[in-house]
Write a protein that binds this ligand. Structure first.
Ligand SMILES: *[C@@H]1O[C@H](CO)[C@@H](O)[C@H](O)[C@H]1NC(C)=O
Ligand SMILES: *[C@@H]1O[C@H](CO)[C@@H](O)[C@H](O)[C@H]1NC(C)=O
Ligand SMILES: *[C@@H]1O[C@H](CO)[C@@H](O)[C@H](O)[C@H]1NC(C)=O
Ligand SMILES: *[C@@H]1O[C@H](CO)[C@@H](O)[C@H](O)[C@H]1NC(C)=O
Ligand SMILES: *[C@@H]1O[C@H](CO)[C@@H](O)[C@H](O)[C@H]1NC(C)=O
Length: 395
């Protein structure tokens, strides 16, 4: 409790001073980097010379999601799904020289990037206003997997005329895939290969120093359902001075793991400005439940509500055996948010693991495979080679 309060106060105090004193960021980082930190999907792709289309996808429960496409009509489509508190922008943030989204486009693919309900790009619903209606904020990543990912996949296949495509997921983008493919197994046949970057399902071995803070936050919030860490200008406070910058990096490394190569340090403000991009506190709660129970199961509403929803006083396990799409697992041993022991546990239950790759890089953290300086050379190339092997010979 104390930690949390101290933490939020320090952020607010830093923010206050950042308004009063500016200049550190401008002196240390290039004008182009500072410009990138305030651009969105459209601005960023335009600046680097890539075409971008924006699409609206409506789910069965009427959430309106924003999906982005680096369009290459008639080429084979690929779907990319971001992690918790992240957004589609994560696939282009590192620039044409590093980002997976641009890389796949440059290789000749039609690249589609989803956005989970509730994030910066997908705060939209046919009936509920996310700013005023609590009803909007009744979901965890279960609903993202059950509704958002299937709706996005159907939309892409419908638009492109293909009957299956490759999927790349990072972190929660893998959790939501496992939810979909186990609960709605008819979607397995729409996937050529699922590439799981830093997969998250079982969470018994998750161990991040900031976790106690998260638990306190859960305790304080009780049953309130609310938006959590929406995109804001607070990140600017981090770049007020060397001291505030070190403090922010320290918090981030505590949460994600310390890896100086997780990003191109000359671009730090670009990453810090786009993550967090908002989620629902219930997504965190659902993850914390998995850490506590050691299971990969649906949301625990308490026994009365569980009985109503699941016909059982305990939440149901996701039927992993039904995930028949080919899955490639990519993980590292220092990633405490995607514990390698948990991934190995998952790999033993998944019926169709075609690649079980524990990268031997001891420092890599939860973001390195997406943002990392060496990610393209050491991971993306290898992932794409495998993906190609699963492409049908003709459509
Ligand atoms: C919500 O979605 C509709 C399309 O169905 C779109 O016209 C509108 O601009 C969106 N609103 C926001 C705030 O994104
Ligand atoms: C896409 O969906 C529309 C409307 O639901 C349907 O008429 C059309 O045939 C679909 N196209 C493909 C290629 O599946
Ligand atoms: C990861 O967990 C291990 C042991 O559980 C711990 O020693 C280490 O400090 C953690 N690393 C990070 C970056 O949290
Ligand atoms: C790091 O980012 C800068 C832009 O700030 C870019 O010019 C440079 O090529 C990047 N370096 C690497 C190794 O990706
Ligand atoms: C609920 O569970 C009970 C016992 O586990 C079972 O007999 C019953 O058929 C289930 N009802 C439904 C609607 O699934």
């Amino acid at each position: 409790m104390f930690n949390l309060i101290a933490w939020s106060y320090s952020l607010y105090i830093m923010f206050f001073f950042s308004v009063a004193i500016a200049g550190y960021m401008e002196d240390k980082y290039s004008a182009s980097v500072i410009e990138d930190s305030s651009l969105d999907m459209l601005g960023l792709t335009r600046k680097y010379g890539y075409p971008l289309e924006s699409h609206y996808v409506t789910t069965e429960d009427k959430y309106i999601l924003r999906m982005f496409r680096l369009p290459r009509p008639n080429a084979r489509p690929i779907f990319l799904m971001h992690g918790l508190l992240d957004s589609s922008i994560t696939w282009v943030l590192s620039g044409p020289w590093g980002a997976l989204g641009y890389y796949l486009y440059d290789l000749g693919y039609d690249v589609w990037m989803g956005n989970a309900r509730g994030n910066f790009y997908s705060r939209n619903h046919s009936h509920y206003n996310p700013d005023n209606d609590k009803s909007f904020w009744r979901f965890s990543w279960h609903e993202i997997g059950f509704y958002d990912v299937p709706a996005s996949i159907d939309y892409v296949l419908n638009k492109t005329g293909y009957d299956k495509m490759a999927y790349f997921g990072h972190s929660q983008g893998t959790t939501s895939f496992f939810v979909m493919a186990s609960m709605r197994p008819e979607y397995n046949k729409k996937i050529t290969l699922m590439s799981a970057l830093a997969p998250v399902s079982y969470m018994k071995n998750v161990n991040a120093p900031l976790l106690p803070i998260m638990r306190n936050l859960m305790a304080i919030s009780g049953n309130t359902i609310t938006e959590f860490l929406p995109r804001s200008e607070l990140w600017r406070a981090c770049f007020r001075s060397k001291m505030t910058e070190d403090t922010c990096f320290d918090y981030m490394f505590q949460l994600l793991g310390k890896d100086p190569k997780m990003w191109n340090a000359t671009m730090a403000p670009v990453y810090m400005s786009h993550l967090p991009s908002g989620c629902n506190l219930k997504q965190f709660k659902h993850y914390v439940q998995l850490i506590d129970s050691g299971r990969f199961c649906q949301y625990d509403y308490g026994s009365t509500e569980n009985l109503k929803r699941y016909n059982s006083s305990h939440p149901r396990d996701y039927p992993i055996k039904k995930i028949t799409a080919p899955v490639a697992l990519y993980y590292t041993s220092n990633d405490n948010l995607s514990g390698f022991k948990d991934v190995i546990h998952l790999s033993k239950e998944l019926p169709n693991v075609v690649e079980n790759c524990l990268y031997p890089y001891k420092k890599w953290n939860h973001m390195t495979m997406v943002w990392g300086l060496e990610a393209r050379e050491l991971t993306h190339k290898h992932m794409v080679e495998l993906m190609k092997k699963y492409e049908p010979q003709s459509m």
